[in-house]
Design a protein around this ligand. Structure first.
Ligand SMILES: C[S@@+](CC[C@H](N)C(=O)[O-])C[C@H]1O[C@@H](n2cnc3c(N)ncnc32)[C@H](O)[C@@H]1O
Length: 188
């Protein structure tokens, strides 16, 4: 069976994580994706992990989840907007993950916004290592989700094919508009 979009994301980004890589989770939420990134880093000998979220509760939930495994990696968890990540302090990331929308069971009013998401993704494209990848899980079902994804896609379609390869993976016939995947690979 074909993998679900989030499972495919993990399969596709794993090879981009090598020993010493810097990886970024731009929306840590409950920390599930962050834990996946840390485990992937650990399996290749460790590296640096940056995790960001607007909500203090998300940062502490993620910290707790990561502390459950023993790790040799450098971990920076920061409560801030992903459009404000300072990429200049660390080596260019080889993986940057975005999982847009809101966190179920948390404050649903804290939701990614079209313009800050676009800004964050533009900045991610700029600072991504050559040979690195950005994954974006987009949600069309909630209010503002479709506008957000359209804004992001419209921008990504303008990127030079010489420097970036941009693709999507999406169910076209599923009910309840499940999330879909956008990938950006920086090739030069
Ligand atoms: C769908 S959830 C992420 C799920 C998460 N990756 C996980 O594995 O549990 C989206 C997250 O984005 C966060 N968020 C919303 N706006 C943000 C922003 N401008 N900057 C950073 N995080 C933001 C929310 O607080 C929420 O935790």
């Amino acid at each position: 069976m074909l993998p679900k979009p989030l499972d495919l994301t993990k399969q596709l980004i794993t090879p981009f994580i090598t020993q010493g890589s810097h990886v970024v989770d731009a929306t840590v939420g409950n920390g599930h994706d962050t834990l996946f990134l840390l485990e992937s880093l650990e399996s290749v000998g460790g590296g640096t992990l940056t995790g960001v979220d607007l909500q203090a509760e998300a940062i502490s939930a993620t910290r707790e989840r990561l502390e459950a495994i023993s790790s040799t990696s450098t971990i920076n968890l920061i409560q801030q907007c992903h459009s404000e990540i300072d990429y200049t302090e660390l080596s260019p990331p080889t993986v940057i993950m975005f999982n847009l929308g809101y966190l179920p069971k948390f404050d649903k009013t804290v939701i990614t916004q079209p313009h800050t998401s676009l800004l964050a993704i533009q900045k991610a494209c700029q600072h991504l290592a050559v040979g690195g990848v950005i994954s974006i899980m987009g949600y069309l079902g909630h209010e503002g989700g479709s506008e957000e994804c359209t804004l992001i896609e419209t921008h990504l379609k303008t990127l030079s094919r010489k420097n970036y390869r941009v693709l999507t993976y999406q169910y076209l016939n599923a009910p309840n508009t499940p999330p879909y995947l956008i990938l950006v690979e920086k090739v030069s």
